[in-house]
Ligand binder design. Structure first.
Ligand code: SF4
Length: 150
């Protein structure tokens, strides 16, 4: 199986500590973090992804808004430039120990956080970063060889 993620969710998953919009949302995101921790592959998608699914039955899900697609563009651009990744639709990657460490270092240094501007979770994510992601649900369950982008 592959976990479908929109670009800015590569950031959100780094700091996820079990809090979110609803119990259904957090249950789903916790399952996804577990799958990623176990080494499941990510496929980058445009628009709503597997994390968005519980919100898509809302009357006006924010997942389709231009402000959110703007977050995707910012995250894709900064992650690609800062980490020399190709974050674009259809790209595949595995969040192994090395890549997760690089992502978290970039997040902590504020090099890839333009996507966070105006987000309601920015304080929580900042505090997670400040405490070195202690308590984050996403871990490196598998130490895989360097297989980042296909
Ligand atoms: S501040 Fe918002 S966009 Fe940034 S990582 Fe946290 S939840 Fe995601």
């Amino acid at each position: 199986m592959t976990v479908r993620l929109r670009p800015h969710h590569l950031l959100c998953i780094l700091t996820y500590v079990g809090k979110g919009y609803s119990p259904g949302f957090t249950a789903n995101m916790t399952r996804i973090a577990g799958r990623l921790s176990a080494g499941e592959e990510v496929e980058i998608v445009a628009g709503p992804d597997d994390i968005c699914i519980p919100l898509l039955t809302d009357p006006d899900p924010h997942c389709h808004r231009t402000s959110v697609t703007g977050r995707d563009k910012a995250a894709a651009r900064e992650l690609s430039l800062s980490l020399n990744l190709r974050i674009k639709t259809g790209a595949k990657l595995v969040l192994d120990a090395d890549l997760l460490s690089r992502l978290r270092k970039a997040f902590a240094s504020n090099r890839v956080r333009s996507a966070c501007t105006g987000c309601e979770w920015i304080e929580l994510c900042g505090s997670m970063s400040a405490r070195r992601f202690d308590g984050a649900v996403l871990t490196t369950g598998l130490l895989r060889p360097n297989r980042h982008i296909e």
